[in-house]
Design a protein around this ligand. Structure first.
Ligand code: BTN
Length: 242
């Protein structure tokens, strides 16, 4: 496996996309200690101060239907949650679709980007940002964000966590690729889903609504029961609060 380490870069997702275009193989990993323009979902930025976090991007070039690729971000979330739980001896859970929380606070986000044409995937980059040793956060996110250190009191070794994430990802990725969907993983995903059986508010579709989260489907949609009907919510289109 090719691993590229940077003390500083703009964004590991950008580096990984460049490496993809230069022909580097599936499985290539980019890690940085600090990002100058870390990117989050929905065009937001991702605070990436030096020495505090893990900023890494995994490059994949899978032979699969591009329409199925968004499920990989849920596979990555499972791997990261399991790895953190193991390394910090804690209960890291998934907030659908792919945030990781400890004690209700977000400690990790994942940004997956794909380049594809028709039915062919050029590359997928899975960017993972983990707050490991942060002791404080900017005011705007202090309510919702935290770090492994703040939530558990533990100072884990970053290299060890990265290694564990790769190991877990390989495991779940192999199961995913057998069917190109989450049928082999739904049960385990639901067992670490923080929203499970809880009330959630689905935001941003034309009509926001409230309901009870009942787990995910094998396509990675969130099943939400409202008082009148069952709805399948697909990631990318909406976010949940809850
Ligand atoms: C989110 O908004 O929750 C997703 C955040 C993803 C951040 C990671 S840090 C490593 C990689 N490089 C980036 O620029 N973003 C992702």
């Amino acid at each position: 496996q090719e691993i590229y380490y940077y003390d500083v870069t703009d964004s590991t997702n950008i580096r990984a996309k460049e490496l993809a275009e230069e022909g580097h193989p599936s499985g290539t990993l980019v890690v940085a200690d600090h990002q100058e323009s870390g990117r989050g979902r929905r065009g937001r930025s991702w605070d990436s101060p030096s020495g505090t976090g893990i900023f890494m991007t995994l490059l994949l070039k899978p032979e699969m239907n591009p329409n199925h690729a968004s499920m990989l971000t849920l596979v990555a979330a499972m791997a990261v949650a399991r790895a953190i739980s193991k390394c910090a001896d804690t209960e890291a859970l998934i907030k659908w679709p792919n945030d990781i929380v400890i004690g209700g606070k977000k400690i990790c986000g994942i940004l997956t980007e794909m380049s594809a044409q028709f039915d062919f995937i050029n590359h997928i980059v899975i960017g993972i940002g983990i707050n490991v040793h942060n002791e404080h956060f900017p005011e705007e996110i202090a309510e919702t964000a935290s770090s492994i250190l703040l939530q558990t009191g533990k100072r884990i070794r970053r290299a060890e966590l990265i290694e564990q994430i790769l190991e877990q990802f390989e495991h779940y990725y192999a199961i995913f690729m057998e069917t190109e969907d989450l049928s082999g993983l739904v049960k385990e995903y639901n067992s670490i889903l923080v929203n499970m059986n809880k009330s959630v508010r689905v935001l941003d579709p034309k009509e926001p609504f409230e309901g009870k989260a009942m787990g995910i489907t094998k396509k990675g949609e969130l099943i939400v029961d409202t008082w009148e009907s069952r709805k399948m919510v697909s990631s990318g289109e909406v976010s949940v609060r809850g």
